[in-house]
Write a protein that binds this ligand. Structure first.
Ligand code: GTP
Ligand code: MG
Length: 195
């Protein structure tokens, strides 16, 4: 996919603010700080269109980015950030859940996990829930540059085992830092959209 244009559209706090033009949407889920915004920037070759920060939990809305008038990336609020109150977390949970279940233009969810670590309880719960609800999901294990290449497969296996990963599905090893996995991921996204 050649990205000619990428534009921030809106930070939506409710369905009334979602775009109305029915372009396909690709959502990014994952715990705070796992690298969702960085992955978007890498996929569209921009340094900082999607806001990245070292302050986890910053992204609290659905951030819409339109690519080429072809599709949207939807950066979901990161889950599992301990400093956020329980009430707040439950609110986000419901908000995200209803987006994931009801948004008709949603084509696929990229669920990001950190290749360095076993999946968290929240990662496991999210993956199980997406599968249970039949939401198409691509697992992306990111920050691969932070461990030696020789260890990637070992880490990937632990993540797959602990997620109860469906091995007939795509699992992408990714690094926003190096651009690793970008072409493979674009191909998977295009096929999920039905192009
Ligand atoms: P929230 O918006 O808080 O949910 O976080 P996020 O998932 O969008 O994470 P973000 O992209 O802001 O990245 C968090 C931190 O991890 C930043 O300091 C990034 O530079 C760093 N980071 C993200 N991806 C990678 C990667 O592939 N490699 C390395 N080395 N660092 C990364
Ligand atoms: Mg972010």
């Amino acid at each position: 996919m050649k990205v000619n244009q990428a534009e921030f559209i809106i930070s939506a706090v409710g369905p009334g603010q979602y775009p109305q033009d029915a372009l396909p949407e690709i959502a990014l889920a994952g715990r705070s700080n796992v690298g969702k915004s960085s992955l978007i920037n890498r996929m569209i070759s921009r340094k900082n269109l999607a806001r990245t920060s070292s302050q986890p939990g910053k992204t609290q809305q659905l951030n819409y980015y339109r690519i080429n008038n072809d599709l949207y990336f939807v950066d979901l609020p990161g889950y599992g950030y301990a400093k956020v109150s329980k009430t707040k977390r439950a609110e986000w949970g419901k908000f995200i859940e209803s987006y994931l279940l009801k948004r008709e233009t949603l084509k696929v969810v990229m669920q990001l996990v950190d290749l360095r670590h076993p999946p968290s309880k929240d990662d496991q719960a999210m993956y199980t829930w997406l599968k249970h609800m039949n939401v198409p999901v691509i697992v992306v294990a990111t920050k691969a540059d932070k461990i030696p290449k020789g260890k990637w497969q070992k880490h990937a296996k632990i993540i797959k085992d602990e997620l109860g990963f469906d091995r007939s599905e795509p699992f992408v090893i990714f690094s926003s830092e190096m651009g690793l996995g970008k072409d493979e991921l674009w191909e998977l996204l295009e096929s999920a959209i039905g192009w």
